[in-house]
Design a protein around this ligand. Structure first.
Ligand code: KG4
Ligand code: ZN
Length: 333
């Protein structure tokens, strides 16, 4: 406890971001530090698991020390620890789990295993004003593209998802094909802003099909085919057309899910929810349809430990159990 407030430490190392956060009570993020490994993995065009794990090992304790300093917290103040146990890279997850266990001993605080997907959704509950429930949630990240029927912060029922590549993965692959570098999401977003002609149109895979599944592999192939046939095509035009198609599918399928479930609230989360065009299109469409839209701040969309701390806090204050403290690379909701 710190000044009578319940302190939760969040630890996140599932992929290529090392993050440590302190949460006071239910939603006051005292500090949310993220050490990104993007530059280290960029030459490889993707995350190299062993390098990622080594970097988490090097960064986690210094980051924790900085976080304690920034939030004015000592180990003895920590009441609860939440750590991501999956899904993610096994070796990376192991680093965060070992650190959290060790700290749990040191601070004599209970340690809760957190599902990274639940944590992304939980980012929407950090705001003091809770979202209206039930809601429909879209989680679009580098590893996942899923639609959920969200009944409570820890209760989400899967409605559909990608049958091949994740949305973020498609952004990353298309950026690489167009020579725009890594990570692809921000690169595509930036390049799109420079498009002038905007005459290329890519297909919207599965948009006219029933249900809530996505296919981003088909869209990626369409871009590849276009590039082969038009070797002189401008990267900005490709980026724009791809982003429009990807955003269109994500927005329309999510709205369809909301319509079918008769909910008035949409929740967005995951790294792709940081995309400006996606946020803009959702805002426009939700306003037109009189739906409420909630999107976490940019820092809370991409991987971070504040969302992990929030999930642990919710677990601690419910009858739900945390996940076992062992890496679970393929964990789902
Ligand atoms: O949630 P996240 O940080 O990590 C995972 O759990 O996967 O998501 C990372 C993904 C990457 O594929 C990245 O390219 C994408 O999110 N991303 C974006 C943007 N920022 C990050 N995609 C589109 N537009 C962005 N601005
Ligand atoms: Zn994530």
């Amino acid at each position: 406890m710190l000044d009578g407030r319940f302190i939760t430490l969040g630890v996140e190392t599932s992929c290529d971001e090392t993050s440590v956060a302190f949460l006071a009570d239910a939603g006051d993020v005292l500090c949310n530090l993220v050490a990104s490994q993007v530059e280290m993995h960029a030459p490889f065009g993707g995350v190299v698991p062993e390098l990622a794990a080594r970097q988490h090992e090097a960064k986690i304790n210094p980051l924790f020390q900085s976080a304690m300093e920034a939030a004015g917290i000592r180990p003895a103040d920590i009441d609860l620890i939440g750590v991501t146990v999956g899904p993610g890279l096994s070796v990376s997850l192991g680093v965060g789990i070992a650190f959290a266990r060790m700290l749990g001993e040191l601070a004599a605080a209970p340690c809760v295993g957190v599902n990274h997907l639940q944590a992304h959704l939980a980012a929407n509950f950090l705001d003091p004003a809770p979202p209206e429930l039930p809601a429909v949630g879209l989680l679009a990240s580098g590893g996942h593209t899923e639609i959920y029927f969200v009944e409570a912060p820890l209760t989400a029922r899967w409605m559909g998802g990608t049958i091949d590549d994740a949305a973020g993965e498609a952004f990353d692959k298309v950026a690489r094909m167009a020579g725009l570098g890594y990570p692809g999401g921000p690169a595509i977003q930036k390049a799109s802003a420079e498009a002038v002609e905007k005459s290329i149109v890519f297909p919207r895979p599965m948009l006219d099909r029933e249900g809530f599944d996505f296919s981003f592999s088909g869209l990626k192939t369409a871009v590849l085919t276009y590039l082969k046939r038009n070797p002189g095509a401008l990267a900005a035009e490709i980026a724009f057309a791809f982003q429009e198609a990807a955003v269109d599918v994500l927005v329309e399928k999510t709205l369809r899910a909301a319509r079918e479930r008769r909910v008035g609230q949409i929740l967005l989360c995951g790294g792709v929810a940081a995309n400006r065009r996606l946020r803009e299109r959702f805002a426009e469409r939700c306003a037109a349809l009189d739906l409420r839209l909630r999107v976490p701040s940019f820092e809370l969309c991409t991987d971070n430990a504040a969302m992990v701390a929030k999930t642990a806090y919710e677990v601690h204050n419910s009858t739900t159990k945390g996940y076992p403290l062992i890496p679970a690379p393929n964990l789902l909701i």
